[in-house]
Design a protein around this ligand. Structure first.
Ligand code: GLN
Length: 464
């Protein structure tokens, strides 16, 4: 992987233009299918600007990839759906404005599950993303492309979005770092919604330092998102800190993953700068079910706007009702249709109280469990995913796929921040460690990750 520091070093001796051309060639040759759109000419033009000393800012000359559900002015933004396959937004998302203001080179739009609904990127209209460590396996989802481009050196950093794990899952499966910020820290303006109350845009990168840098750029006040907290973020190193670490009893995994996780725990137990305790969170039993009821309910309402009239796929003009059904039947994939139907059902009169309202109550319990835990510990840890990256086609039925999100969804229900960092390999495949913190404690979890990153490399624990 190429981090920011290494890229900057290389740009000193070689031209940014040549390095970007090299990256574009690598993308062209790549079998990962990580990009939906590559922004070749504009990327090269920006690199030239950098070489002339005209591009300034915290990310000047750094190639950054953006998930294809984040709007880019004048550049196709598809959500990996047929219904938006030719949609060209007239505006930039807040995060894209921020990247541009800091001199980043936007190199392309990354592949994802259709409308971010999935855990494997297999629901994409543009085909599955392959795992950089094993091309017969998935890169995770829904930000599979954003994970794969970092691991495959097809970008230096990327942006993903996380509604129930979509940054952390591909980070885990691709052996990179990914952070879901506290709800409200990063503006959602220009993020095409799946489930508004759950999702955040967040950074993916090859080190803790780069993750923090990208978060600094995208976090901040924005009046166009009514749920924006109006706070900015600045990374502050706390090298002397002693951490109190909680291990969530209810978050586990299969033997392969747990074997690795136990080794990490053993290492943590031996640390002088940490103390490990077990934490139990009883509401977790219901978190997965509550997440899917809430996410699908919000999705069913959000996706009502795709009617083939204002934007996206169009069809032969017919009677109005037939027109809508035709466009939506042809434009949406199976998984998206399933969620629209289940979400509409959960919100319908007679079932609303039984499903949606009940799920909201569980959400409150999950929040309380986290609050209680964070009154006792600084960070909570768990495996990010309960298994190694799946083989392509392995998750044949939707329920099995939903179950793979068991360790990540509770974080979105509560709105707290969490990151996934590489914690070594099993059978040549990456395993991710999830680190969770209290609201707006990004500095704490990044510092904890930084400490671990150092220990892992000192002890050789994350070598393949
Ligand atoms: N896999 C989860 C879902 O399908 C999470 C997706 C996401 O975070 N966008 O809902």
């Amino acid at each position: 992987m190429i981090g920011v520091a290494e890229w900057k070093e290389r740009v000193e001796s070689e031209k940014c233009y040549d390095l970007v051309s090299e990256m574009l060639e690598r993308i062209e040759r790549s079998r990962l299918n990580a990009y939906i759109t590559v922004i070749e000419n504009e990327a090269l033009r920006k690199a030239e600007e950098y070489d002339k000393g005209e591009l300034k800012g915290k990310l000047a000359g750094i190639p950054v990839a953006i998930k294809d559900n984040i709007t880019t002015k004048g550049i196709r933004t598809t959500c990996a759906s047929r219904i938006l396959h030719d949609y060209v937004p007239p505006f930039d998302a807040h995060v894209v404005e921020r990247l541009k203001a800091e001199g980043a080179i936007i190199i392309g739009k990354t592949n994802m599950d259709e409308f971010a609904m999935g855990t494997t990127t297999e629901t994409s209209f543009f085909g599955v993303v392959r795992n950089p460590y094993d091309e017969d396996r998935v890169a995770g989802g829904s930000s599979g492309g954003s994970g794969a481009v970092v691991a495959g050196e097809e970008a230096v950093m990327s942006l993903g979005s996380d509604t129930g794990g979509s940054i952390r899952c591909p980070a885990s499966f691709c052996g990179v770092y990914g952070l879901k910020p506290t709800y409200g820290l990063v503006s959602r303006y220009g993020l095409i919604p799946y489930a508004n109350s759950l999702e955040q845009i967040g950074p993916m990168a090859s080190s803790v330092e780069d993750l923090a840098l990208l978060l600094e750029v995208i976090a901040g006040k924005d009046a166009r998102d009514s749920t924006n907290a109006g706070r900015s973020f600045e990374f502050k190193g706390q090298t002397e800190k002693k951490f109190k670490i909680g291990v969530v009893k209810e978050m586990g995994g299969n033997d392969e993953v747990m074997g690795r996780f136990s080794e990490v725990l053993e290492m943590l137990n031996g640390l002088t700068d940490g103390e490990v305790v077990e934490v139990s969170m009883p509401s977790f039993r219901y978190a997965l079910a509550a997440y899917y009821v809430i996410a699908m309910s919000e999705a069913s309402s959000n996706l009502a706007r795709y009617d083939g009239v204002r934007y996206g796929l169009a069809s032969e003009l017919d009677s109005w009702s037939r027109y809508f059904s035709k466009v939506r039947a042809e434009g949406f994939g199976e998984e998206v249709k399933r969620r629209i139907m289940l979400g509409s059902y959960a919100l319908s009169a007679g079932y609303y109280g039984k499903y949606y309202l009940k799920a909201l109550k569980v959400r409150t319990l999950v929040r309380r469990d986290f609050q209680k835990a964070f009154s006792q510990v600084d960070v909570l840890i768990s495996p990010t995913m309960p298994s190694l990256p799946f083989r392509i086609g392995e998750l044949a039925d939707p329920l099995t796929m939903y179950k793979a999100d068991v360790n990540t969804v509770a974080i979105n229900l509560a709105g707290i921040p969490a990151l996934s960092m590489p914690a070594g390999f099993v059978k040549g495949l990456p395993v991710g460690l999830q680190i969770m913190g209290d609201y707006f404690s990004e500095n704490t979890i990044l510092n904890f990750a930084l400490m671990l990153e150092k220990r892992f490399s000192e002890t050789g624990l994350i070598e393949d």
